[in-house]
Design a protein around this ligand. Structure first.
Ligand code: EPU
Length: 422
């Protein structure tokens, strides 16, 4: 099994990183292609494992998918009737497979759509009941049979009003996609306003949809007849951008991330500043460099514009090296501290009580052999290994490759001593 070997400590890491397109934008945009009768072109595509799994899923549904890796482009054509079954093997390897429910329902409202339920995942229970309640508000019922949810609407979809009980990112995207071809007008309240959801709305509106914000978290969708062609450039990945900024933070270095809008990371940059790092931003880039002194901090995760749960394991690693006691409260997922046991094996002092982590910053971490258990945990452990003294190994790195494009190449370019071991 492939492992990373990282030699540390890497100090004062300097350089520039070109941020890839956002995985969590690309996946719903690929699913949205199902709504279109002809060709959809997506640009700035990150060729990570999850995107390839979504490609396989679309092909299994009957889409034609063309990858042009060197140009970062995917072309998807949906001019044939789709198969209406989303198989378990694809949803279980990538939960975002559920994002095909909304567009399939929109395009085939009176047919039965069968989608495998993903079950739990490394982050805790991953429910889709709010997605299904949203579809119900449009007139689509569902039943559960042998682990598959069957979704259908006897009389077609009709506009209504629906409020999500709490913010859900893929739930919002799914219901938006289900609503764009309905008869009449659908109002959705308490939607996610994550940059990736706004990217989906922008793509759909530029392709002829009529989606309007009527409040901070409320939208009105006027159904349209059809979508024909689509062409869209995916926004930069804010989680990847923050991950590389934290390579500078943990090594007291200076890194500029390019091709990213700094406003996607307002909450995270405020925290880095509070800790004591110097932040400089331009329209499409962010640079972190050492400040005078660092101090501990407290962080609470939440839906955008709050500190992203995906960036939490990343800052957690940085705080293991910031003198004093920091506190992190995780408000989104029940099991998001999986990096903690691995970082502790490097000598980090962290204790967990319920959804809070208490971190006592240390002067030094020591190398260890570690195992990664999910996507963001991988980068958290990488950060530990980069700053630890000695040679660390990280196994199960396939988790990291689900969402970080050219991970090893980008780290190597920054001068990190990293090798891939088979
Ligand atoms: N939830 C429910 N019921 C539902 C839907 C959600 O209880 O029907 C709960 C979840 O269990 C969780 C909370 O609501 O406690 C928020 O979950 P959300 O639905 O927003 O998460 P998601 O849409 O499944 C996306 C990202 C995740 C990211 C979360 C939170 C994609 C493909 N995935 O997941 O990204 O952590 O939003 O921001 O966009 C990652 O990239 O590593 C990743 C896990």
């Amino acid at each position: 099994m492939k492992r990373f070997l990282i030699n540390g400590p890497n100090k004062g890491v300097k350089g520039e990183v070109n941020v890839s397109g956002a995985k969590n934008s690309c996946l719903p945009l690929m699913a949205a292609s199902i709504l279109f009768k002809k060709k959809v072109i997506l640009r700035n595509v990150p060729f990570v494992k999850d995107v390839l799994t979504m490609k396989d899923l679309l092909i299994s549904l009957g889409s034609k998918v063309e990858l042009i890796k060197e140009k970062k482009i995917i072309k998807i054509t949906n001019n044939k009737k789709h198969k209406l079954i989303v198989p378990y093997n694809l949803v279980s390897t990538m939960r975002a497979g559920v994002l095909t429910m909304g567009p399939l329902l929109a395009r085939y409202p009176k047919s039965k759509i069968r989608v495998a339920l993903g079950g739990g995942c490394a982050l805790g229970i991953r429910d889709t009941s709010w997605h299904l309640s949203g579809f119900k508000s449009l007139g689509a019922d569902n039943t559960l049979k042998r682990g598959y949810v069957n979704i259908y609407s006897k009389n077609g979809l009709k506009g209504n009003v629906f409020k999500f009980p709490k913010v859900t990112v893929t739930g919002s995207s799914n219901l938006i996609m289900a609503s764009v071809l309905i008869k009449g007008e659908h109002i959705i309240k308490n939607i996610s306003i994550e940059p990736e959801v706004k990217d989906l709305i922008k793509f759909l509106n530029n392709s002829g949809a009529q989606i309007k914000f009527i409040g901070k978290r409320s939208i009105k969708i006027q159904g349209v007849k059809e979508f024909i062609n689509g062409d869209h450039t995916i926004i930069g990945d804010r989680i990847e951008a923050f991950s590389y900024l934290c390579v500078a933070a943990i090594t007291n270095g200076r890194i500029k991330v390019k091709k990213i809008d700094p406003k996607y990371l307002n909450a995270e940059l405020r925290i880095l500043k509070k800790i004591g790092y110097k932040i400089e931003t331009n329209a499409n880039s962010i640079m972190v460099s050492p400040g005078k002194k660092t101090k501990p901090t407290s962080i609470k995760t939440g839906p955008w514009p709050q500190f992203a749960t995906d960036n939490m394991p990343i800052i957690l690693a940085v705080l293991t090296k910031v003198s004093g006691k920091s506190v992190i409260e995780e408000k989104i997922f029940s099991n998001r501290f999986m990096a903690v046991p691995e970082l502790k094996r490097m000598g980090a002092k962290i204790s967990i009580k319920k959804n809070k982590a208490f971190i006592i910053g240390q002067k030094k971490l020591n190398a260890a052999d570690c195992i990664s258990s999910d996507l963001r945990t991988t980068f958290s452990i990488i950060l530990g290994a980069i700053s630890a003294e000695g040679s660390s190994t990280i196994s199960r790195i396939y988790h990291g490759l689900r969402g970080y494009e050219n991970l090893q190449i980008k780290l190597k370019k920054l001068g990190i001593k990293i090798k891939l071991k088979k």
